[in-house]
Structure formats: structure tokens, C-alpha cells
Design a protein around this ligand. Structure first.
Ligand code: SIN
Length: 485
């Protein structure tokens, strides 16, 4: 592992060149573990975003005309070089996001896995020949890249969320303008530099860092050149972006908020359920869209389960991500910390009981103790909203029907988890859950081979898998006539 901050680009990448914002403005990136400034980055706005869109447009014809095998070769090289430089990328990610180094390294490898996956899928963009209503004709279906795309990516997975969008877009033959979160632009810029070194042609992949997300978002969404926007972030911001894209009728992929139920039935393997919950809930200090938000445990085992959960959670090692053995890092910001504090206070004021944690951790300003609360009810904020922190609220239920009803009682529908050894129940509950992804006896769902995405107000569109590639392809139907002799 490295022990110093690697040299990371701090300018925008536009048309293959590293550029400062024309305004000369820069912004500070801070380490959430210490509050220290770790870099000063070009603060881009309208001018740079328009330039990046123009660069992506100029690069589109050649990139989309490149044979899929050629695009695949570059994506594969990008992945291989990211893996070779995983320590450097992980160190940068931990510094700006706070997650433990081992998790950061895992994220980099996860990001690279999308490049590998889509490099292979790039060569399998099949069309169709369909029998037409008359024998003198054929219906031909071809697929072509959507065009210039935009990606707005979050701070919780600053490498993987960007790379999974870029991998699919570029594999399909699209070009991309990416706006990384202002909290974590360095991972994006370093990944972009590695991509350029791997052979990405100028303009195919552009990155505009900046603090004025509304301004950059406005330019991306109002551009007629940009034909698709892929966004990962909150449902509130997603709604605005959808509205902004309406006048230019863009393709959209929206990976928005979640409120994942984690259901444990009496017949479950409790050891497996505990392992799954620890992995799902406490990854990235609970700051993931798919992490277990509401834990429902059937009445026969809730006492034992909650007690064993609290014991395990109490042993979690909290500290800076670069310290060996750390399992829980800081939250990303003061606002995130205040939200977690507020939600826990709300739960306690309404009758919840802390089994472990429940307060600030002495490791620093943004560290919150891993927490388990039982006796929670549906009206509490921790059950209604995404917590985005290391807090597990546990509630009981009596019947299968009740578990399904409670799990679906949310406007969100991203991920859900079910633990049971009854095969019939696994299918019944899996089918009945109104969520885009369901883990059955599994607490971590992520894979480049699987379609990641939600339903209801968790969004639409899929990332990863062949469905993820389809989201960057337009279908064209041609009717071939005059075939009769
Ligand atoms: C997320 O929760 O935002 C992404 C998590 C993942 O891809 O595993």
C-alpha cells in the first residue's frame, strides 16, 4: 500500500487536454477523516461544460465508427491499468471519501470489472432479422450508439459509479461528459488520466469537476447535442434533472434513492443473515443506495437476532480509512452527520431503544458510532427515509404477508433482501417485493453481470449486464423491400 498521496490531476479533462477553468476559480477537496484540505481542483462552469460537450461531439463519429473490437481493446487496457494502479486509486479514494482502504481497493476492482465486462459485451451488439408480413420483404433491426452522453456521479462510489456508466457508454460507441461529485473529484480525474494513458482518443471521455452542480447540470440537460443523461444520486435531484431533460427529450437512466428492507424469517440461517446484514448495512459506513435500511425480523427470532447483531456491531473498528484494521470510516460531510444524528434522536424520542452506539464517535467530527436500535415503528424517520449512515433499525413482524406489506410500504424500490430456508417462501416473497433487485440469502448484490437499478421513485434504467448496454443503444428498424424475383 502507498503511504503518500499520489499525484492526481486537478484540472478538467476536455478534448484530451487538461485545462483550468477559464474563470481561474478552484475549490478545495477535504479529507472527511481530518477535515484537512488534500487538493485544490479547477472549478468548472458553463464555459467548460459547453467545451466538453463540443469535444465529445467532435469525437463521436470516429469513436462510433471504430470496430467494437477496437473499442473493446482500449477498455480492456483501461481496466488492466486501473488494476495495476489499484493502490494509487484506492489511496486517492480513501483520502477524499473516507472509506477504509480495503473497501476502496475493492471499489476500484469493482469499477475495473465493468470495463472488462462491457469490453466483452461491446462485440455482441446483435441486431435482428424479423419475418415481414409479405415474403418480398424483411424487417431488419440494427442498434446504434445513442450519441453524446452525460454522466453525473455521486461521492459514495467515486470510482465505480463513474466507471460503470463510462464502460457501458463507450462500449456502445457513445462519447461521454462526466461531472463527478464536488466532494470526490480526484478519483474521477485519476481514472480519466489512466484511461487516456490506456489509449482513449481525445474527446471520447471528458471530465468537468465543479461545485456549481446546478449550473453544470443545467448546461448538460439543456444541450441538444447531449442525447442521454445517466444520473446516480438522490430522488430529489433526479426529479429536477428529469424535468430539465424533457424539452430536449433525452434518454435517461436514473439510479436514485433507496430504502431497502432486510427481512429475516424464523426459518433463516441466522449466521448467514447476520453476515449478510453486516456486509449490506455497514459497507461504506452505511452510505450506499442499496444498503439495508429497515431490518424486519420475524417474532420467533427477533430477540436472539437483535442481541447477536448488537454484539457484532459493537466490535466494528471505527477510524480513519488509512489506518490498518478500520472497518467504518467517517461520514462524508457535516450535513450527512447531522442527518444521522437527527434520525437517531427522532427514533429515540418515539420509543426506539439503542442496543449499541447511538452517538458521535470520538475518532473525529464526522465519525458516528455503528448503531443498532430496536423497537422501531413505521412512522420513524429511520424507517421512512434513507439513513445513509451506520445505523440499523430493527422491527418485528408476525407473518409473511405482513413482511411483504411493510417492505413495500415506501415510495422507493431499489434493493431488498430476504433470508429464509423455505424455497417456496423465497420465490413468493421475491416475486412480491416491489424492488428492482432482491437478494435472497445474499446481502451484497453488485456484479457487472447483473442489471443494477430500481423501480418506483428509485428510478429507471439499468447499469451492468446486457440491459446496461441497451441503455446506450438506439434501435433502428429498416424495412427491406423489392425482394421478389
Ligand atoms: C450504490 O449503492 O450507490 C452502489 C452500490 C453498488 O454498486 O454496489
Amino acid at each position: 500500500m502507498l503511504d503518500v498521496m499520489p499525484t492526481v490531476p486537478t484540472q478538467a479533462l476536455i478534448g484530451g487536454e487538461w485545462l483550468n477553468a477559464e474563470s481561474g476559480r478552484r475549490f478545495d477537496v477535504r479529507d472527511p477523516a481530518t477535515g484537512n484540505v488534500i487538493a485544490s481542483v479547477s472549478d468548472c462552469g458553463e464555459v467548460e461544460t459547453l467545451a466538453a460537450i463540443a469535444a465529445a461531439d467532435a469525437a463521436l463519429a470516429a469513436w462510433s465508427a471504430e470496430p467494437a473490437s477496437g473499442r473493446a481493446r482500449i477498455l480492456r487496457r483501461w481496466a488492466d491499468q486501473m488494476i495495476e494502479r489499484a493502490d494509487e486509486l484506492a489511496w486517492t479514494l480513501t483520502r477524499e471519501n473516507g472509506k477504509p482502504l480495503a473497501e476502496a481497493r475493492g471499489e476500484v476492482l469493482y469499477g475495473a470489472s465493468y470495463l472488462h465486462w462491457f469490453s466483452e459485451e461491446a462485440t455482441r451488439v446483435y441486431g435482428d432479422v424479423i419475418p415481414a408480413p409479405g415474403s418480398d420483404r424483411r424487417i431488419i433491426v440494427t442498434k446504434s450508439p445513442v450519441g453524446v452522453c452525460a454522466a453525473i456521479t455521486p461521492w459514495n462510489f467515486p470510482n465505480a459509479m463513474l466507471i460503470r456508466k463510462a464502460a457501458a457508454a463507450l462500449a456502445a460507441g457513445c462519447t461521454l461528459v462526466a461531472k463527478p461529485a464536488a466532494e470526490t473529484p480526484l478519483s474521477a480525474l485519476l481514472a480519466a488520466r489512466i484511461g487516456m494513458e490506456a489509449g482513449l482518443p481525445a474527446g471520447v471521455f471528458n471530465v468537468v469537476p465543479g461545485t456549481d452542480a446546478a449550473e453544470i447540470g443545467r448546461v448538460l440537460t439543456s444541450s441538444d447535442i447531449v442525447r442521454k443523461l445517466s444520473f446516480t444520486g438522490s430522488t430529489g435531484v433526479g426529479r429536477k434533472l428529469i424535468a430539465q431533460c424533457a424539452p430536449t427529450v433525452k434518454r435517461l437512466s436514473m439510479e436514485l434513492g433507496g430504502n431497502a428492507p432486510f427481512i429475516v424469517f424464523d426459518d433463516a440461517d441466522l449466521d448467514a443473515a447476520l453476515d449478510g446484514l453486516m456486509a449490506s448495512k455497514f459497507r461504506n459506513a452505511g452510505q450506499t443506495c442499496v444498503c439495508a435500511n429497515r431490518v424486519y425480523v420475524q417474532d420467533g427470532v427477533i430477540g436472539e437476532f437483535a442481541e447477536r447483531l448488537a454484539k457484532r456491531v459493537a466490535t466494528l473498528n471505527v477510524g480513519p480509512g488509512d489506518r490498518s484494521g478500520t472497518e467504518i470510516g467517517p461520514l462524508i460531510s457535516e450535513a450527512a452527520f447531522a442527518k444521522v444524528e437527527r434520525m437517531v434522536s427522532d427514533a429515540l424520542a418515539r420509543g426506539g431503544r439503542v442496543l449499541t452506539g447511538g452517538a458521535k464517535h470520538p475518532a473525529g467530527e464526522l465519525f458516528y458510532q455503528p448503531t443498532v436500535i430496536d423497537g422501531v415503528t413505521a412512522d420513524m424517520d429511520v424507517m421512512r427515509d434513507e439513513i445513509f449512515g451506520p445505523v440499523a433499525p430493527v422491527a418485528g413482524f408476525a407473518t409473511e404477508a405482513e413482511a411483504i406489506q411493510m417492505a413495500n410500504e415506501t415510495e422507493y424500490g431499489l434493493a431488498a433482501y430476504v433470508y429464509t430456508r423455505d424455497l417456496g417462501r423465497a420465490w413468493r416473497v421475491g416475486d412480491a417485493l416491489a424492488h428492482g433487485m432482491v437478494g435472497i440469502n445474499e446481502g451484497v448484490l453488485s456484479s457487472p453481470a447483473a442489471p443494477f437499478g430500481g423501480v418506483k421513485q428509485s428510478g429507471f434504467g439499468r447499469e451492468g449486464s446486457r440491459y446496461g448496454l441497451d441503455d446506450y443503444l438506439d434501435v433502428k428498424y429498416m424495412l427491406m423491400g423489392g425482394l421478389s424475383a
